[in-house]
Write a protein that binds this ligand. Structure first.
Ligand SMILES: Nc1ncnc2c1ncn2[C@@H]1O[C@H](COP(=O)(O)OP(=O)(O)OP(=O)(O)O)[C@@H](O)[C@H]1O
Length: 759
C-alpha cells in the first residue's frame, strides 16, 4: 500500500489511533530486531513467543486519547533508566527503575540499542505513534507486532504511548467483603485497594480463597449481597460502569454453531458504536487482528462447538472468551482464570498481550489467576494475594513482593519460583503453611494494610483530577467522530441502541437457524413424514358419502397434532436461554432484543412446518379444497396459542425434565377437554368451565362448524348435534387469544426475572 502521496487513509488513521487495528503482516523491520538481539545475546528472536500457527500477535485498542497521559501508567510500574525520546519527543523514560528489579536481557538490548544510537530506529519501529509520520501501512503493522516482542514484564519493556493511550479509569475499592447469610461463613474479609490506569493486576490465592468473589464484586457482577464500596475514578459506580469495563467469565458459554470470527464480531459491534465511515472491511480487519493477538487466526472460521457439535478445543474456546472480553474497548477488564486450559506457552502469550494493552494504552486488567509460572507472574505489575478463607496477605507491587516476604522473615530461597513459594506459605494445610503469620504481618506492617488504606483514602473522592464515566465515554466519542458520524453518548449501560441490538441479534438467530441445517431440514422432514403417516390413516376420508362421523375424528386428530407439535421447541429454547442470560448479563443486548428475535423466527419456522403438515394431510384426505383455508386457519391459530404455552414453560423451567413436569397440568387440561372425546354433552357440569377455557375445544368446534357450513353436510350436522357443538366465534377467539397473550406475557416475565447468572 502506498500512502506517501495520497494523504492519510482513514483506515490507517483508525489503526494508528488505536481505534481499529490493522491486519497482521510479518514485521518488515525484523532485521533491526535480529541485529539488536544478536548483538546483545545472540539468541533472542524477534518473534520470540509466538502463538500456534506462526501468528504474530498484535495490539488492538478501541479508542485513543489524544491528550497526554495524566498519570503515567501504573503506580509503581517502573521505567527504563535511560531517557529515550520518541520521534515526536513525547515519550520519555524519566522515572528511575525499582532498585530491586533485575534487568532482563531484552531491557539490556534496548539500553544498548539506545546507547549505540539506534534509538530512533528502535523507537520508530516500536511505537504506533511514529506510523503517523510515515503513514506507512506495512511499517505500522510491523511496529505493532514488534511491540509484543518487547513485552518482558520488566522495567521499560513498554511504556504508555501518549498519542494512543486512552485508559484513564482508576479503580478504588474500600472494605469489600462477602459473608454467607445466616452466619454460614465469611468468604472474603474486608479488602481494600487501588489500581491506577495501565495496571496489570494478579489476584492470586489458593483454591476457594475468594479470588472470583473479589473479582465479581469489583466487576459489579456479584449477585449475592456484599458490603463495601467500589469506585471508578473516585466516584461510586453507576450505570455506565459496565460500558467502561468488561468481564471475561470463568466458564465459556457460547452458541456452538457460530464461528470464532462471528462470535468476536458480534461482541465488538454490540459493545461500541461504529463510526459511519468505518466499512465492513475495516471491521473485518479489526477482528482479524484481535484473533491474531490471541492465536486464533487459524481457527477463525471454525465453529465454537460443543459436546455434540465438532468445534475448536477447550483452550481455544477459552481464548475466544478472552478475545471477546478484550474486544469491547473497555478501560478496565476483569478476567477470571483466562489462562486455564491453555498450554504454558499460550498462557504466557495471552498475559503478554494483556500487558501490552495495559502498558501502551493505559487500560487496567485485573486477572484472577491460580498459580502462574514465574515467566507469567513477572508480567504483572500488582499482586493481590489472598489466603483461604478470603483474607488479604499481600497487596502491592509484584516487584516488591519478594522483599516483603523477606521482611516477613521468609526470604524466597534461590532456585525457587517466588509465586509458588508465596502460595505455599499462605495455603492452609500445607507443610510450610504460615497463614496466620502472614495475616498478622499484613495487618501490622507499614507496607501492608496501612499503606493500602492510606492510598485508598487519598484516592477516594479525588474528583477534581479524574473524569466521570460519562466524560470518558464522551472522550472516546469525540476521538472516533473523525471517522464518521456517531449518535450522541447516551446514559445507558448498553453500548448501542436497541434497534441495532435487535438487528444484530436477529441476524445471528437467522444465521444460527440456517447453519443448523440438520435442525431445519429435520423439522421439515419430520413434518412431511408425520403428514404421510397421518394422511395414510385418513386417505380419501373426504370422499365417502356417509363419512361425516369419521371426518370429525380426522379434524380432531389434526387439531391435536397441531396443538402438540410446538412442544419440540422447548429443549432448544432452554439451551439458548443460558447463552442469552450470560450475554444479557454482559449488557451486550437487552433481553427484549432476544425475546423478539427468537420468538418471531421460531414462530415463522414452526408455522411453516405446520402448514406443510396440514396441507399434505389435507391433500391425502380427499376433502374439497374449498374448506382448506378453514382447516389451515384454525390449525394455525391453535398452533400459535399452544406455542406460547410451550415457550412459557421453557422460560420458567430449569431444564428439559422439569419443563415436562411443569407442562403436564396445562397440557392435560387443554388436551383432555377437547370438545370431542370430552364434549359439551358428556362433560360433568362442574367441569364445564374447563371446556370453556380449553383452546383445543374452541378451535375444534369452530373449525368443524365452519366446515359444515362450507360443505353443507347433513352428516356433519348430525355429528355436531351429537357432540353439542356450538359456535361462539367471539368467545372462541377470545380464549385462543387469551392463551396466547397470557402465556406470552408469562414467558417474557420468566425470561426477564428467572435463571439469572448467579454469582
Ligand atoms: N454466592 C455464593 N453463595 C455461596 N457460596 C459462595 C458464593 N460465592 C462464593 N461462594 C463460595 O466462596 C468460596 C470462594 O469461592 P471463589 O470462587 O471466590 O474462590 P476462588 O478463589 O476463585 O476459587 P478457585 O480458584 O477454586 O476458582 C467457595 O467455597 C464458594 O463456594
Amino acid at each position: 500500500m502506498d500512502s506517501a502521496d495520497s494523504g492519510p487513509d482513514p483506515k490507517e488513521e483508525l489503526s494508528r489511533c488505536g481505534c481499529w487495528p490493522v491486519p497482521r503482516e510479518r514485521p518488515l523491520d525484523e532485521t533491526l530486531s535480529v541485529q539488536v538481539d544478536s548483538a546483545a545475546t545472540g539468541h533472542l528472536s524477534p518473534a520470540g513467543h509466538k502463538l500456534p500457527g506462526d501468528s504474530v500477535p498484535a495490539a488492538c485498542v478501541y479508542g485513543a486519547v489524544s491528550e497526554p497521559p495524566s498519570m503515567g501508567g501504573a503506580r509503581g510500574a517502573c521505567s527504563a533508566p535511560a531517557s529515550a525520546t520518541s520521534s515526536k519527543g513525547s515519550a520519555k523514560r524519566s522515572e528511575p527503575c525499582e532498585a530491586a528489579q533485575p534487568m532482563s536481557p531484552k531491557c539490556k538490548i534496548m539500553q544498548e540499542a539506545l546507547k549505540a544510537g539506534r534509538v530512533s530506529q528502535l523507537q520508530s519501529s516500536s511505537t504506533i505513534a511514529d506510523c503517523t509520520i510515515g503513514a506507512n501501512y506495512s511499517s505500522a503493522v510491523a511496529s505493532i507486532c514488534k511491540d509484543l516482542d518487547f513485552v518482558t514484564g520488566e522495567c521499560g519493556d513498554l511504556e504508555r504511548d501518549p498519542t494512543l493511550a486512552y485508559g484513564a479509569a482508576a479503580l478504588t475499592f474500600k472494605d469489600v467483603s462477602f459473608e454467607l447469610p445466616a452466619g454460614q461463613g465469611l468468604i472474603l474479609a474486608p479488602c481494600s485497594g487501588h489500581f491506577e490506569p495501565g495496571t496489570l493486576v494478579a489476584l492470586m490465592g489458593p483454591s476457594g480463597s475468594g479470588k472470583t468473589t473479589l473479582l465479581d464484586i469489583l466487576a459489579c457482577k456479584k449477585t449475592s449481597p456484599y458490603t463495601g464500596d467500589v469506585h471508578l475514578n473516585g466516584r461510586p459506580r453507576d450505570e455506565l460502569f459496565r460500558r467502561i469495563t468488561s468481564y471475561v467469565p470463568q466458564e465459556d458459554i457460547m452458541f456452538p454453531t457460530v464461528t470464532v470470527k462471528e462470535q468476536l464480531m458480534f461482541h465488538t459491534v454490540l459493545k461500541t458504536e461504529v463510526p459511519s465511515k468505518v466499512t465492513r472491511e475495516d471491521m473485518a480487519k479489526t477482528i482479524q487482528l484481535q484473533l491474531q493477538a490471541v492465536g486464533l487466526e487459524e481457527v477463525q472460521d471454525s465453529l465454537i462447538g460443543s459436546d455434540v457439535v465438532r468445534g475448536i478445543s477447550g483452550g481455544q474456546r477459552r481464548r475466544v472468551s478472552l478475545a471477546c472480553g478484550l474486544a469491547t474497548g473497555a478501560q478496565i477488564f476483569f478476567c477470571d482464570e483466562p489462562t486455564s486450559g491453555l498450554s504454558a506457552t499460550d498462557a504466557e502469550q495471552c498475559v503478554r498481550y494483556m500487558r501490552l494493552l495495559c502498558k501502551k494504552y493505559g487500560v487496567s486488567i485485573v486477572v484472577a489467576i491460580h498459580q502462574p509460572r514465574q515467566e507469567v507472574a513477572v508480567l504483572f505489575d500488582h499482586l493481590l494475594l489472598l489466603t483461604s478463607p478470603g483474607d488479604v496477605v499481600y497487596n502491592g507491587k509484584m516487584t516488591e513482593a519478594r522483599q516483603y516476604w523477606s521482611d516477613a522473615g521468609f526470604p524466597v530461597p534461590d532456585l525457587v519460583s517466588p509465586t509458588d513459594y508465596f502460595l505455599d506459605l499462605v495455603t492452609p494445610g500445607t507443610l510450610d503453611s504460615q497463614v496466620e503469620h502472614f495475616r498478622e504481618f499484613y495487618r501490622a506492617n507499614a507496607k501492608g494494610k496501612a499503606r493500602v488504606d492510606e492510598l485508598v483514602e487519598r484516592e477516594l473522592w479525588n474528583l477534581h483530577e479524574r473524569k466521570t464515566a460519562f466524560q470518558l465515554l464522551e472522550d472516546r466519542q469525540e476521538r472516533l467522530s473523525k471517522f464518521g458520524d456517531l449518535p450522541p453518548v447516551r446514559y445507558s449501560s448498553y453500548g448501542v441502541r436497541f434497534r441495532k441490538q435487535l438487528q444484530k441479534v436477529f441476524c445471528r438467530q437467522v444465521r444460527l437457524l440456517l447453519r443448523d441445517q440438520q435442525g431445519v431440514f429435520t423439522e421439515i422432514l419430520v413434518a412431511i413424514a408425520q403428514a404421510l403417516v397421518v394422511g395414510a390413516a385418513y386417505i380419501g376420508i373426504g370422499k365417502g358419502e356417509d363419512a361425516g362421523y369419521h371426518q370429525v375424528g380426522f379434524y380432531f386428530m389434526l387439531v391435536m397434532t397441531c396443538a402438540l407439535s410446538g412442544i419440540k421447541v422447548m429443549p432448544k429454547a432452554i439451551a439458548e436461554r443460558t447463552v442469552m442470560k450470560l450475554e444479557v448479563s454482559e449488557v451486550l443486548y437487552s433481553d427484549w432484543a432476544y425475546i423478539i428475535a427468537f420468538t418471531s423466527l421460531n414462530l415463522f419456522l414452526s408455522l411453516f412446518c405446520n402448514c406443510i403438515f396440514v396441507t399434505l394431510v389435507f391433500a391425502l384426505s380427499g376433502l374439497e379444497w374449498t374448506v382448506y383455508p378453514i382447516v389451515l386457519l384454525w390449525n394455525s391459530i391453535i398452533y400459535i396459542s399452544m406455542d406460547s404455552l410451550y415457550l412459557m414453560v421453557a422460560a420458567a423451567a430449569r431444564d428439559s425434565s422439569s419443563a415436562q413436569i411443569l407442562l403436564a397440568p396445562f397440557l392435560t387440561m387443554a388436551m383432555l377437554f377437547n370438545g370431542f372425546t370430552v364434549s359439551r354433552k358428556s362433560v360433568p357440569e362442574f367441569m364445564a368451565w374447563a371446556l370453556e377455557l380449553s383452546p383445543v375445544a374452541h378451535a375444534m368446534e369452530e373449525m368443524v362448524l365452519a366446515i359444515q357450513k362450507g360443505l353443507d353436510s347433513a352428516e356433519l350436522k348430525l355429528v355436531e348435534t351429537l357432540f353439542g357443538f356450538e359456535s361462539h366465534l367471539g368467545r372462541s377467539l377470545g380464549v385462543l387469544l387469551g392463551w396466547f397473550l397470557v402465556f406470552r406475557i408469562a414467558q417474557i416475565i420468566c425470561l426477564k426475572t428467572m435463571h439469572h447468572i448467579k454469582r
